[in-house]
Design a binder for this molecule. Structure first.
Ligand code: DOR
Ligand code: ZN
Ligand code: ZN
Length: 380
């Protein structure tokens, strides 16, 4: 399949150019490129071209809770969100702790073909501390109400010290407090190999949301104070926090539409992440589209050691790309989401930016709010 994207702005910089794609790679970039024979031409209308997004933290629920998400529905949500690779966390049931399960997740992802699905086993190469920490934390957290900030910060401090003394790498999932930001800054200054992610919901929402006791706002770690949100935004801008990860956590109505304390924690994230990052960071002028490429694609790919995502937009590079309309203007409607679940706290909120085209190895996986048919990808 051959594509010609006309009038796109790589990283939102400079005059619009055309980008030719063939054989899964970028084959030419320039103004007024000739249309290659048989190529599908897509008018980019000046939209922002970015490397396809990489999500280090997604829950896809297959196997075990296919009523709330499947690899197929989650892949469609990811493609619509501009993602070309996601990491599926291991807390499925049964837990993805054996090759039988991780192989299934990987192959099913390939078969669906809308996004590269990496079972969390793949991310643990060189990151064993991370996997243990995440699984251990999840088991600890279930018994805790509210996951107090001291608990989060104690674990971040502990992991930073262990990484320092073991000379290991550590990645902190969903940083949510100003104290965690201070600890990350301290650890990085000490030369610890520490990286961290922040979720879109912790960048946008604060604990004033909890006043209604609506369980759609229940999440782990919980929504924090407005001062924490401000610290997280600043940390993302300054590079103290390395990347954005969704912690996309689909849940069934019966697990969410109940008393706050009894509800499962978690929020949908894949289809709204870019819009939120644009609203909280790009539109106010805190960061540029080039920074968005860094925090949503390049850094996560680097942390996970993916060599075919988060690449520069250059001739010869894999065509894993996302086209973002920075001024589309849209409203989140839960019923329109591709996810099988409806637990979005962003329903009825207005955003400006939206991914309008996602390309995985030269194939269109989502366009204008519609995901490509699953199963059209390459066979595993
Ligand atoms: O709120 C959350 N829900 N946080 C997590 O880390 C896990 C997730 C889930 O699996 O539902
Ligand atoms: Zn977690
Ligand atoms: Zn999670």
């Amino acid at each position: 399949m051959s594509l010609l994207l006309t009038s796109v702005r790589p990283y939102g910089e400079g005059d619009p150019v055309d980008v030719a794609i063939d054989g899964g790679e970028i084959t030419a970039i320039g103004a007024g490129l000739p249309v290659p024979e048989g190529a599908e031409v897509i008018d980019g209308a000046g939209a922002v071209l970015l490397p396809g997004f990489v999500d280090l933290h997604t829950h896809l629920r297959e196997p075990g809770r296919e009523d709330t998400e499947t690899i197929e529905s989650g892949s469609a949500a990811a493609a619509l969100g501009g993602y070309t690779a996601v990491f599926a966390m291991a807390n499925t049931s049964p837990v993805a702790d054996s090759a039988v399960i991780t192989d299934h997740v990987y192959r099913r992802g390939r078969e669906v073909g809308l996004v590269d699905v990496h079972p969390v086993g793949a991310v643990t190469v060189g990151l064993k501390g991370e996997k243990l920490a995440e699984m251990g934390m999840m088991a600890a957290r279930l018994g805790l109400t509210g996951w107090p900030r001291a608990a989060e910060e104690a674990i971040v401090a502990r992991d930073a010290l262990l990484a320092r003394d073991a000379g290991a790498r550590v990645h902190i999932c969903h940083a949510s407090t100003a104290g965690t930001v201070e600890l990350l800054k301290w650890a990085k200054e000490q030369g610890v190999s520490i990286t961290a992610e922040v979720t879109p919901h912790h960048l946008l929402l604060d604990d004033s949301r909890l006043a209604t006791y609506d369980a759609v706002n229940r999440v782990n770690p919980p929504l924090r104070e407005a001062s924490d949100v401000a610290a997280l935004r600043k940390a993302l801008r300054d590079g103290v926090i390395d990347c954005v990860a969704t912690d996309h956590a689909p849940h069934a109505d019966q697990d969410k539409c109940c008393e706050f304390a009894a509800a499962r924690p978690g929020m949908l994230g894949l289809e709204t992440a870019l819009a939120i990052v644009a609203q909280v960071a790009v539109e106010p002028g805190d960061i540029t589209w080039r920074d968005v490429a860094r925090v949503m694609s390049e850094k996560p790919a680097e942390i996970a050691r993916l060599d075919d995502h988060g690449r520069p937009i250059e001739v010869g590079e894999p065509a894993n790309l996302t086209l973002v309309d920075p001024d589309l203007g849209w409203t989140v409607h839960a019923d329109d989401l591709a996810s099988r679940s409806r637990n979005t706290p962003f329903a009825d909120l207005d955003f400006r930016a939206k991914p309008v085209l996602t390309v995985l190895r030269g194939r269109i996986t989502a366009r204008d709010g519609v995901a490509a048919a699953p199963g059209t990808g390459e066979r595993a």
